[in-house]
Write a new protein. Structure first.
Length: 287
């Protein structure tokens, strides 16, 4: 095994890590704001990929061009999810919240299978195709630009949450809903905004992945599992934690498959997660 192959695996792991991080950031944002785990997160990723596919099929819009449209579609979906479902279970027991979002995931996946069948689809001849060669290291252009867009989106999300007035209002609502309402912050609108932002993050990742990943109703399951691991590993509610955890997951998945056994690469990721949960249950950056 040459050093070039190892470097190739590290780069591939980093690129996928940035994508995992953005997916996890959307999940973490919703949990940190409302204390609700969205078990339909993977299905929303699937919807963004199908939205990208149909925009390409019906209107000829390449995924890189259709990002604003898929963001709008998923943001509206997030707002509707909050107002039609989530706001009625905010004060319910955790088991009720879990059943509600899990039921939503089953409904969305079944609806996708009914509407579009379980067949695998892909976007043909996207603008981003081929590969880049740097010092003998080959990088797929779709993966490279997907990770770049996801990393940039992640940084913009971080700046929005931590530097903007609306972002600070989101944080205030997350820390103490009643105190925020006393200060004139509409918590209901903040919750809806949180869902819109969280699913917008998912839409960007899903749209960019549609350039190089097959699209089918169950596509979100794998990425949702990694998102849950990243959120728990980085610390629930920590956006920076999602970035670090996403990179760790990407590297472990890539290097574990290369150096040990590719058939067990998912096992290595979950093994690290279990170790962290046992010895630091609040995650790397949680409190």
């Amino acid at each position: 095994m040459t050093i070039e192959i190892i470097i190739q695996a590290i780069i591939s792991g980093l690129l996928m890590g940035f994508i995992y991080a953005l997916i996890a950031a959307g999940l973490s944002l919703i949990f940190g704001l409302m204390g609700i785990v969205n078990f339909a997160h993977g299905e929303h990723l699937m919807l963004s990929m199908f939205s990208s596919f149909w925009l390409w099929t019906l209107l000829g819009l390449d995924p890189i061009i259709s990002i604003p449209i898929t963001m709008l579609i998923l943001a509206i979906s997030g707002i509707l999810t909050h107002y039609l479902l989530i706001r009625y279970i905010l004060k319910a027991k955790m088991i009720v919240q879990i059943c509600a979002t899990f039921g939503l995931s089953v409904f969305l996946r079944s609806l996708a299978q009914f509407l579009w069948t379980p067949d695998f689809r892909n976007v043909g001849n996207p603008l981003l195709e081929g590969r880049l060669e740097i010092a003998g290291i080959f990088i797929g252009q779709p993966q490279f630009y997907a990770s770049l867009v996801c990393l940039l989106s992640f940084l913009l999300l971080y700046l929005f949450v931590n530097k903007s007035e609306t972002g600070l209002a989101l944080q205030a609502t997350a820390q103490d809903r009643k105190a925020a309402e006393t200060l004139g912050i509409n918590s209901n609108k903040m919750f809806a905004l949180g869902w819109a932002l969280g699913l917008s993050c998912v839409s960007i990742a899903g749209t960019m992945m549609s350039n190089f990943f097959f699209i089918f109703p169950d596509v979100g399951v794998h990425f949702a599992l990694f998102a849950f691991v990243a959120v728990a590993l980085g610390g629930f509610g920590s956006i920076i934690g999602c970035l670090i955890a996403g990179i760790i997951i990407g590297l472990v998945e890539s290097l574990g498959g290369l150096l040990i056994d590719p058939s067990y690469k998912l096992l290595y990721v979950f093994l690290i997660y279990l170790i962290v949960v046992i010895y630091r249950p609040q995650g790397l950056f949680g409190r």
